[in-house]
Design a protein around this ligand. Structure first.
Ligand code: UD1
Length: 420
């Protein structure tokens, strides 16, 4: 088990390259189950979730190789249609194999994901959507069994905007017989990325980038290659980290339009932000003004950087409210930030951060991926050393975060620990 030891007080400055988007990669990878052949995914981040997903595909018969951020997937010999619990419990996105398997092979067995560290995360929409397409779904011994002859085009309306359910149902609908209309579909950049990939594979999809997707099912697809979009969550994390250390940082390999909500909030807090086509530069000279955020589906402020915003607001002159409409209980990081001396109050779906407390290093525990990032960032502004346990959460979604932060001037080292 690894831990980070962060010594506070450094100011971030310099240039850093942002990796490919973890959440886009996890959506692109299962498309290889929709067609036989060799798929090449450029700009794939080398993080733990990508490895876990590769191993899941491997036990289905996919051969894979990840070298220099190029992931090759060979799906010529699929031998299993099952996603066992040992993978799904590590990573909920494993459920993405459900749609492609049932659409192409007429059957799939996928473990139910179970609980999550930041509250309930049901998969009812994934199942309802597949049932609407004609799959017969049963739950047995903790597994989802899905069966069908051939999926049939339909109209499915998502009760709530869900990235995962949209990705899954879209992957199923492309091989269904006839036309499918999906309404209130998610249109996060990661959803657009996978829709573009499916089109490159021969799928017929219109309305990409909008909440209404029209899919004309085809009989077969072919392998394709893709370059993964930049990780807007990693980019948002680094922008906030630069701001909270009163730094001056340029991010390269980013898509600034994907960061519009965060950039606006950073400017309101007092940061100076400039962008080119594929880079963003941020500088901050003073403590931030308090700025409230409400995490909601894209293009609103993302839930995946709300914990980082809370860490930033520990430095503000006043009080800022953080609301999360997607995961109203995603505030598990608050007691850990309080261990450093933060003044934060939580309520139903919100946290109020009162900035200005003096922060001192302590031992804290990561509870989920993005919570871990907020703890690392808090450690960078606390006095003395902060020990962050269970950084395997962080490794799920950030490629070499400590190396990138260290290259910008942070003082972070990774150590092995017996502690769990
Ligand atoms: C994805 C992201 C995750 C991000 C989240 C919200 C991946 C691998 N993960 O997760 O990082 O935090 O989007 O932007 O891309 N819901 C239901 N029923 C369902 C599915 C979802 O009620 O069947 C609800 C969820 O509880 C949540 C909301 O819909 O309140 C949105 O969740 P969703 O977009 O599905 O999140 P994920 O795809 O799991």
């Amino acid at each position: 088990m690894d831990k980070f030891i962060v010594t506070g007080g450094s100011r971030l400055s310099g240039t850093v390259s942002i990796s490919g988007a973890k959440n886009a990669s996890l959506a692109l990878m299962p498309t290889c189950l929709l067609a036989s052949g060799v798929f090449t995914l450029h700009n794939t981040p080398n993080n733990r979730d990508v490895h876990t997903f590769s191993l899941l595909l491997e036990q289905m018969g996919v051969q894979w190789k990840l070298e220099k951020n190029v992931l090759t997937l060979d799906s010529t010999n699929i031998t299993s249609h099952e996603a066992p619990y040992e993978y799904v419990k590590q990573m909920r996105a494993s459920i993405y194999v459900l749609g492609p398997l049932v659409a192409r092979y007429g059957e799939a067995m996928v473990s139910l994901p179970g609980g999550c560290n930041f509250g309930p995360r049901p998969v009812d929409l994934h199942l309802k959507g597949l049932e609407k397409l004609g799959a017969e779904i049963t739950i047995e011994s903790g597994y989802i069994h899905a069966k069908c002859k051939r999926l049939q085009g339909t109209h499915f309306h998502f009760d709530v905007s869900s990235v995962g359910a949209t990705v899954n149902i879209l992957m199923a609908a492309v091989l269904a017989h006839g036309q499918t209309t999906l309404t209130n579909a998610a249109f996060e950049p990661e959803v657009i990325a996978i829709a573009d990939m499916l089109v490159d594979m021969g799928a017929q999809i219109s309305g990409i980038g909008t909440p209404t997707l029209e899919i004309q099912g085809v009989d077969a697809l072919h392998a394709a290659n893709q370059t993964t979009i930049p990780d807007r969550i990693e980019a948002g994390t680094f922008l906030i980290a630069a701001a909270m250390t009163k730094g001056n940082v340029t991010l390269e390999n980013v898509q600034p339009s994907h960061l519009a909500a965060e950039i606006q909030k950073l400017e309101e807090a007092g940061c100076v932000v400039t962008a080119t086509e594929n880079s963003v530069t941020i500088s901050m000279d003073d403590d931030p003004q308090p700025v409230d955020i409400t995490a909601a589906p894209y293009p609103a402020y993302p839930t995946d950087t709300q914990a980082q915003w809370a860490a930033f607001m520990m430095k503000c002159k006043g009080a800022a409210t953080i609301k999360d409409t997607i995961y109203p209980t995603r505030f598990g990081y608050v007691p850990e930030l309080q261990r450093l001396g933060a003044d934060i109050e939580t309520g139903d779906g919100y946290a109020i951060v009162r900035g200005g407390s003096s922060l001192t290093g302590a031992t804290v525990m990561s509870s989920d991926l993005r919570a871990s990032a907020s703890l690392v960032m808090a450690g960078m502004i606390a006095e003395g050393e902060t020990e962050i346990l269970r950084v395997y959460h962080l490794d799920r979604g950030y490629e070499g975060m400590e190396h990138k932060l260290t290259s910008l001037g942070a003082n972070i080292r990774r150590e092995q620990t017996e502690e769990f």
